[in-house]
Design a protein around this ligand. Structure first.
Ligand code: BDP
Length: 469
């Protein structure tokens, strides 16, 4: 029944005969996109800088988790609060301004120099690069220039780019109006020698394409955001169903990005906007979603995926809401309560930090950093299963992500280097809705037979990652 099983000693589990039979045929002669080392990246609200002990060099727990996720990551500071913030270090005439969110009038947040200084220390401690968003809504290129120059002075060549405005599609009438507001900013920043990226739009692929056509030469990368849906409409089955329409848009953008030789980054995104959905964005299912989403982006040449997150306070404030963190529970629950629902990292300086389930999915995908994607033919056998392969130096990487809630899969791999030895890791948890006990850990070794074949069991709601040497 399972002729290949013997080649993968110890991997055929008891119920294998009942599992969906899937096939994944690697094409070692083909060559796909190179995965950027900054694939796993993060996005935080500007408001986070109002606590200068958060992004700080001595916030060791947070520094450690950033480095663990990716030693080559990019931190994007922005979000709604970037367009609700005035620069406290600005000596010029402060523009008059009343930010509005969801119909409510808000006081602008004031970014203090100590918040920026601490951020620069954090960036140095993590080794991450920085993308920093300035306020477009306020209509003050002078203030933005002053802030951007201060950031550059503090961060030096770890500054990857300044972005102008966050999801301007929410307050500018159309692309032309955005462009007219953007150009004076870009001019002063550009004249001062600052690197620029954009348009940092919400879900407007047409804006990204139009922007590239007009401004490619002035930019270091192109960007847009991604959320599947509003939190109210989120669910585990919806999240795991995949989003083929979006990847069609990614391919459209990549054609233009390639034409201008510019990287494309999802500068902000996550499962569900409006702060993420409790019981969906913060449970194990989000790890499978995140790993699959990142690899699907990498396969299409997207350089970085910035998962939005951070404290509950900053994200709720970005939505014009008042943060109410649930209290009680053990230390794990207490740390969990401090973070926004979709954040990959939970905790606080006082309580310590911990990985959310999503974090583990991100680390699985990040194992493809620097590799060259390989084409492959997948027959998922009717399961909600995805598969990715890549060449990393002399090694071959394979990820098998079984997002199916019901069906265990037995995946027959072919086209592997003959007789290759594989180091296997598994991403798993007790259940799709587990908030804890998620692990991405070593699970022994496998070997391909003399014909380059091997069968790997991927139980429902789990993923396998193999590095073949
Ligand atoms: C994005 C905003 C960000 C929000 C997020 C959300 O840029 O500030 O926190 O949506 O709704 O549109 O969760």
């Amino acid at each position: 029944l399972l002729p290949l099983a013997a080649a993968c000693d110890g991997l055929v589990w008891g119920a294998d005969a009942f599992a969906v039979q899937a096939n994944f045929a690697l094409d070692m002669t083909g060559s796909g996109r190179r995965v950027d080392t900054s694939l796993a990246s993060l996005s935080y609200e500007t408001l986070e800088l109002s606590d200068p002990t958060f992004f700080a060099a001595d916030n060791h727990g947070l520094v450690r988790l950033f480095r663990e996720m990716n030693p080559h990551g990019v931190l994007r500071i922005g979000g709604n609060t970037s367009d609700d913030t005035v620069w406290g270090g600005y000596k010029g005439k402060m523009p008059t301004y009343v930010p509005r969110r969801h119909g409510k009038l808000l006081q602008p947040h004031v970014l203090k120099p100590e918040g920026l200084e601490a951020l620069a220390g954090f960036v140095r401690a993590t080794g991450w690069k920085l993308v920093f968003g300035v306020n477009l809504r306020i209509g003050s290129p002078e203030m933005a220039l002053d802030l951007a120059q201060t950031v550059q002075h503090l961060v030096g060549d770890q500054l990857l780019a300044i972005q102008i405005g966050n999801e301007a599609n929410n307050y500018e009438h159309d692309y032309a109006e955005f462009d007219a507001a953007w150009v004076p900013y870009a001019k002063v920043l550009h004249d001062a020698g600052l690197p620029i990226a954009g348009p940092d739009t919400g879900a407007n692929t047409d804006w990204v394409i139009e922007y590239a056509k007009r401004h490619a030469g002035e930019n270091v990368f192109l960007s847009r955001h991604y959320y599947r849906e509003a939190a109210e409409n989120g669910s585990i089955p919806d999240m795991l169903a995949g989003d083929p329409g979006f990847f069609g848009e990614v391919e459209q953008i990549m054609r233009v990005a390639d034409q201008y030789a510019l990287p494309f980054r999802i500068s902000e995104g996550n499962s569900y906007y409006n702060g993420g959905r409790d019981g969906t964005s913060n449970v194990f299912a989000s790890a499978l979603w995140g790993a699959d989403f990142m690899l699907a982006l990498a396969q299409r040449g997207v350089a970085g995926m910035h998962f939005h997150g951070g404290t509950l306070l900053s994200v709720e404030t970005s939505l014009g809401r008042v943060a109410k963190a649930p209290t009680g529970g053990d230390i794990v629950a207490q740390r969990d309560a401090q973070a926004s629902r979709y954040s990959a990292i939970a905790g606080s300086r006082a309580l310590g930090y911990q990985q959310r389930p999503l974090f583990h999915g991100i680390t699985l995908a990040q194992r493809f950093a620097g590799a060259q994607m390989l084409p492959g033919q997948l027959d998922a056998g009717g399961a909600n299963l995805t598969a990715y392969a890549a060449k990393q130096g002399d090694a071959v990487l394979v990820a098998l992500i079984n997002k199916d809630a019901q069906r265990d899969a037995s995946v027959a791999l072919s086209g592997l280097p003959h007789g290759a030895k594989g180091e296997l890791m598994r991403l798993r948890a007790p259940a799709l809705d587990s908030r804890r006990d998620v692990s991405f850990a070593a699970d022994g070794h496998v070997s391909a037979d003399a014909g380059g074949a091997c069968r790997i069991a991927v139980p429902k709601a789990s993923a396998a990652w193999v590095r073949w040497a």
